[in-house]
Design a protein around this ligand. Structure first.
Ligand SMILES: Cc1cc2nc3c(=O)[nH]c(=O)nc-3n(C[C@H](O)[C@H](O)[C@H](O)COP(=O)(O)O)c2cc1C
Length: 497
């Protein structure tokens, strides 16, 4: 009686093993083709998956061929039932899971290598290639307006870790992409770099393009999500509860104007928040003022205590500095520190302290006494934008100076540090949501400092997190600078804030 199952298993074994051996498409290919797009089913990866599954089935059928012949019982009916059952077991236990998990595993290793012949093909594959890990929490509508060879007006909805295409125009897409279909196909296939093509104006993006920052990873099932951790808090920022912050003075040491300075962008929002909470604000652009360098003569400590031999803008600025409840120091990061003008300004603040030494008996810390202790405590907040995406080993100098300034002042207390990393990329559409977050964090911090006399660290962490890994940042930054190579002026070419 075993002759029937033995013959069946022999035929099945031959079909499963011979077709891939002879270079023909295995039987599993026709079963698994399902609704996949041509680009996937015609890809080498897809054939490789099916060949492997076919060999697995050949092994299972060979095993079944052996198992069905073993005598399990002396009673023939019982033996037939057991032998067929035992021979069937590997098909369920090995065959079915292998058919499900081998494709998932191999696609993860190689889905990025699939090349599409047409936009139609690429679009129809997207729902299969969505990386669920990256898609977690994503809720966007991407409108495509493709012209040229393959005209397409379609929008992609990514929501609840699923994605689907719809024809036509959406009334309120998150981002709109206008491109030639050939260019978009090249970007999809990795022939063209998306960031490079955008910077070189090969296509247009409108709206919040933040999702495009990780678009390739969103459809690369092998990509692993790396979360860029927030900088850990390494300073005990002061709370000034004893004194209501009413008067704020801003010293901006950057050379750029509001249209381009990312440091000023942060300060403006902080000030907006503080004003909305009732504060009075005075702002000084140091580069526009007459500020002489410190001569190191110490006359401010000896012959004319509290004054300086140079009668320039600093006479007023020192008064404004010391009478404010909160001082904002704003400077872009220049060679790992503040700008030259900001440093000159800081040097010229020397007359506001006395030359004597104050010793804290408890911790042995030494500082200079305040010349105007009757004006009471004041807060300090620092703002700085950098080109590099990192804080450590980049902001150490600037951070160190203001921390030391605070710890060596009798009455000035550091309440917050806002370091905007990878700042030059901020005006690009892919950073729209980062820019919104930066503006909101600064505004809320400004409101909070007036209302509560403190600033939550989360605002500082939100700003310093560049939200991209260094590899992506490198790609964008390099493309950006390459696009400006040989151009007359950075500021003329630069996207305004
Ligand atoms: C002279 C100079 C030195 C710079 N040094 C650094 C640096 O040490 N580290 C850094 O991350 N970026 C550096 N940058 C980049 C600036 O910090 C970056 O362009 C920032 O956005 C400038 O701030 P702003 O937009 O407020 O002017 C430097 C830029 C210039 C012009």
């Amino acid at each position: 009686m075993e002759i029937i199952p033995m013959t069946i298993y022999t035929i099945l074994f031959l079909i499963a093993s011979l077709l891939p051996l002879l270079g023909k498409k295995p039987f599993t290919y026709y079963v698994s083709k399902g609704g996949y797009s041509d680009a996937i089913t015609q890809s080498e990866v897809f054939l490789k998956i099916n060949n492997i599954i076919s060999y697995v089935w050949a092994f299972i059928f060979a095993l079944a061929f052996v198992l069905v012949q073993i005598e399990y019982s002396t009673y023939s009916t019982t033996n037939i039932i057991i032998s067929n059952g035992v021979a069937f077991l590997p098909q369920i236990l090995i065959g079915v899971p292998a058919s499900i998990y081998i494709p998932i595993y191999i696609m993860k290793q190689s889905s990025s290598k699939i090349k599409f012949d047409s936009i139609k093909d690429a679009f129809s594959s997207m729902p299969y290639g969505l990386n669920k890990d990256f898609a977690k929490g994503v809720d966007v509508i991407i409108q495509f307006k493709l012209t040229g060879l393959e005209e397409q007006i379609k929008y992609l909805i990514i929501k609840n870790q699923k994605c689907e295409f719809k024809d036509g125009l959406h009334s309120n897409p998150t981002v709109s992409i206008k491109a030639d279909s050939k260019i978009w196909l090249d970007i999809t296939n990795g022939v063209l770099d998306g960031a490079n093509a955008y910077i070189n104006k090969m296509y247009i993006m409108e709206g919040d393009a933040s999702i495009m920052l990780n678009f390739d990873k969103l459809f690369d099932t092998s990509a692993k999500k790396k979360t860029i951790k927030d900088r850990a808090q390494d300073y005990d920022y002061a709370t000034l509860v004893s004194k209501k912050i009413k008067n704020i003075v801003v010293f901006d040491g950057g050379p750029r104007n509001k249209k381009f300075s990312k440091t000023t962008l942060m300060v403006d929002k902080f000030i907006e928040g503080a004003k909305s909470a009732g504060a009075n604000v005075k702002e000084y652009k140091l580069s526009k003022l007459d500020i002489h360098e410190c001569d190191g003569c110490y006359m401010c400590w000896t012959k004319i205590p509290g004054q300086c031999v140079h009668k320039d803008a600093m006479t007023e600025l020192r008064e404004e500095y010391r009478s404010a409840d909160l001082v904002v120091f704003a400077s872009p990061l220049y060679i790992f520190n503040v700008t030259g003008i900001m440093k000159t300004f800081m040097d010229r603040l020397l007359p506001i302290v006395k030359p004597y030494m104050l010793l804290d008996e408890k911790d042995g810390h030494i500082s200079h006494p305040d010349r105007f202790p009757e004006l009471g405590k004041q807060g300090i907040v620092v703002f700085s934008a950098s080109g590099f995406p990192d804080i450590d080993n980049n902001f150490d100098g600037l951070k160190g100076m203001y921390r030391a300034w605070s710890s060596h002042s009798e009455n000035a207390f550091l309440m917050g540090e806002f370091f905007l990393t990878a700042a030059e990329m901020l005006p690009q559409p892919v950073y729209k949501s980062r820019k919104v977050l930066v503006e909101k964090s600064c505004f809320d911090a400004g409101t909070q400092v007036v209302n509560e006399g403190k600033i939550d660290y989360k605002y500082m962490a939100d700003i310093s997190n560049p939200r991209v890994d260094n590899k992506t940042f490198q790609n964008q930054a390099d493309n950006f600078w390459l696009s400006l190579d040989g151009k007359k002026s950075y500021l003329k070419e630069m996207v305004k804030l």
